[in-house]
Design a protein around this ligand. Structure first.
Ligand SMILES: [Fe+2]
Length: 398
């Protein structure tokens, strides 16, 4: 078989120039039984294009786990590990992810009542709704009835505590409802909106997020490391998000550190704001804005090319949560504008593999209980941590 790559169908709203290299549909490969050579080609294509789509796949949970693991053979556990914290009452993720009993690395997500599915007798799935996560005002019931929706939460798939961020995520559309188009409204004072199909998954390129920054923010980004909260999904569980799902409002609602499940300072993560693509060597801005607590900014190196007057040239540590969030928002908000968002409008039996260290994504869609959506998702806590910018990168962009 020959691996064939086809450009994705982009919406007219997308900046086709900046997204020229983003995403490919792959033909001529059976994802359930790839040869070694085919897999090597797919792996290269994934890092080159950040998102691959395979149509009309038959893929069991076992095969999906094996495929996901092939990208990081010594990884074992689901991306959030096998501990019980994310399953605890208080984790924001508890109601969104159901572990498949026979393949615990694969999670069931979706909407509606499901019977006899992969060892689960019956379960009512709930598609994430902005109502449980965004600060009020929410969309009105009338707006939702006429197909208005919002991004739920922009993120990468990562525990951001103890476990290294997964390299890839595989998402398989087992059942996809037929439904009319919806309109995602940003509701952040802008008039931005985006047409999507019901239950689309929205992606933005972390490479584009970096590339469109002005020079002074590029300088800040390559010099900054982000510290994340211990047990971030418990920590943020009582806080409320911005209407775009890009970060949290700062209202002092986070769970106090002393009230979190037991945690160790050695497992708290401080990761570069910019991650290096292992194949293209490109820089991707990868920040999980909801989970961030502090920024550590290095000084501009003496060897830097010195073309700009960047913020914090002498380096600093930023601990004020509002300030941390304001900086991340200033850096990330431009890249979620409609012209930079690729919404994947699902067909049944689509498999999407995405470079989880190179893109951010968000669920969206306002579902009714009888709209059945069934997805299998797999990502694995990685065997290493992402690399930040090289000294050369820092010199170039500082
Ligand atoms: Fe996700």
């Amino acid at each position: 078989m020959t691996v064939e790559t086809v450009p994705l169908q982009f919406p007219a709203s997308l900046d086709a120039d900046l997204y020229r290299d983003f995403g490919r549909e792959i033909r001529g490969v059976d994802v359930s039984k790839m040869t070694e050579d085919e897999f090597a080609e797919i792996e290269r294509l994934l890092y080159q294009h950040d998102l691959l789509v395979f149509r009309d796949c038959d893929l069991s949970p076992e095969q999906q786990y094996a495929l996901t693991k092939a990208f990081d053979p010594s990884s074992e556990n689901y991306g959030h590990g096998n501990n019980k914290v994310e399953k605890s009452e208080r984790s924001l993720l508890r109601s969104l992810l159901t572990t498949l009993p026979n393949v615990p690395q694969v999670q069931l997500i979706g909407n509606g009542l499901l019977e006899n599915h992969e060892g689960i007798p019956n379960i009512t799935l709930k598609h994430p709704s902005h109502r449980t996560f965004h600060r009020t005002p929410h969309l009105s019931a009338e707006d939702e009835d006429r197909g208005i929706t919002r991004f739920y939460r922009w993120h990468m798939d990562a525990a951001l505590y103890e476990f290294a961020p997964p390299k890839v995520t595989t998402l398989y559309g087992v059942r996809v409802p037929d439904a009319p188009t919806q309109t995602c409204r940003y509701d952040d004072g802008s008039t931005d909106e985006l047409e999507v199909s019901l239950g689309a998954t929205a992606f933005v390129s972390g490479r584009v997020m970096f590339d469109i920054l002005p020079p002074e923010l590029k300088s800040l980004a390559v010099r900054t490391r982000i510290q994340y909260a211990p047990h971030p999904f418990v920590w943020m569980s009582s806080a409320r998000a911005k209407p775009t799902g890009l970060g949290l409002e700062t209202e002092g609602l986070e769970v106090a550190y002393e009230s979190l499940p037991q945690w160790e300072a050695s497992k708290v993560q401080t990761l570069p704001m910019v991650w290096k693509n292992p194949v293209t060597n490109g820089l991707h801005l990868q920040s999980h804005p909801c989970a961030a607590t502090q920024l550590f900014v290095d000084p501009v190196p003496e060897t830097a090319s010195d073309k700009t007057s960047p913020p914090h040239p002498l380096g600093t540590q930023i601990t004020n949560l509002q300030e941390v969030r304001d900086i991340l928002h200033e850096i990330q908000r431009p890249a979620i504008a409609p012209r930079y968002v690729y919404p994947h409008n699902w067909n049944q039996k689509d498999l999407v593999i995405f470079h989880n260290r190179g893109v951010l994504h968000s669920a969206l869609g306002s579902f009714k209980p009888d709209q059945i959506r069934v997805f299998h998702q797999c990502n694995l806590a990685a065997s290493d941590f992402p690399l930040g910018p090289s000294l050369e990168d820092v010199n170039r962009w500082s």
